[in-house]
Design a protein around this ligand. Structure first.
Ligand SMILES: C[S@@+](CC[C@H](N)C(=O)[O-])C[C@H]1O[C@@H](n2cnc3c(N)ncnc32)[C@H](O)[C@@H]1O
Length: 200
């Protein structure tokens, strides 16, 4: 077994043992342990939330005074805590309205772990993935509080520098991070975006 497969297997089994819906949960645990993006009482929106590992982690951190809204094309089984999930497409023209109808207040944190159905043709998958994540970035002024944060997954490729530039225009600080639980050969990275500048 190659090292990367062994690592994936390790996190998959650990997720099963600990009751997490996906091994992806460990990526958010590792990011949040280090950067404290999500805090107790926060309102969090999680794009591409199925099967729900990130929702479980976020719900645990925000606690009873916080709220987590998950959005995915796929239905998600009930998650413990203050969590609501909706089946919706991030490319829907009304997506910000659909989200705002469910939120108790504007969000403090936006999570996006969106991934398209991969074709295996990396350049194509990269373009599709960045396009999806751009949809999230486009609606941030409607759903994210000024001063808020975001964690955005992106597939590496030729569009990445343009995308990072776009994100840097609306956040004070943008860092490229790769949690240990993310496979080193996977070409996915995460953008840690801090201090959203708001719509004006
Ligand atoms: C890597 S998975 C997310 C894993 C999740 N973070 C977890 O912890 O369980 C990516 C998700 O993006 C969703 N997705 C892809 N395209 C989407 C779209 N247009 N709108 C909403 N969700 C989408 C997929 O259905 C898939 O469940």
């Amino acid at each position: 077994m190659r090292l990367q497969e062994a690592k994936r297997d390790f996190y998959r089994q650990l997720a099963k043992r600990m009751g997490f819906k996906s091994r992806a949960a460990f990526k958010l645990i590792q990011i949040n342990r280090k950067y404290k993006v999500i805090k107790p009482g926060d309102v969090v929106v999680d794009f591409g939330c199925a099967p729900g590992g990130w929702l479980q982690v976020a719900a645990e951190v925000v606690g009873k005074d916080g709220f987590v809204l998950g959005i995915d094309l796929k239905k998600v089984e009930r998650i413990k805590g203050n969590v609501v999930t909706i089946v919706a497409d991030v490319t829907d023209a009304n997506i910000s309205k659909i989200i705002l109808e469910r939120l108790p207040r504007m969000a403090n944190v936006i999570l996006s772990d969106l991934a398209p159905k991969v074709s295996g043709i990396w350049e194509l998958d990269h373009i599709k993935q960045i396009d999806l994540t751009r949809k999230v970035v486009a609606i941030l002024p409607q759903i994210l509080n000024k001063g808020g944060s975001a964690i955005l997954k992106v597939f590496e490729g030729e569009m990445i520098n343009d995308f990072i530039k776009q994100v840097k225009e609306i956040f004070k600080e943008v860092r490229i991070i790769k949690p240990k639980a993310s496979r080193s050969g996977s070409s996915e990275i995460y953008l840690l975006c801090i201090n959203f500048q708001g719509s004006n």
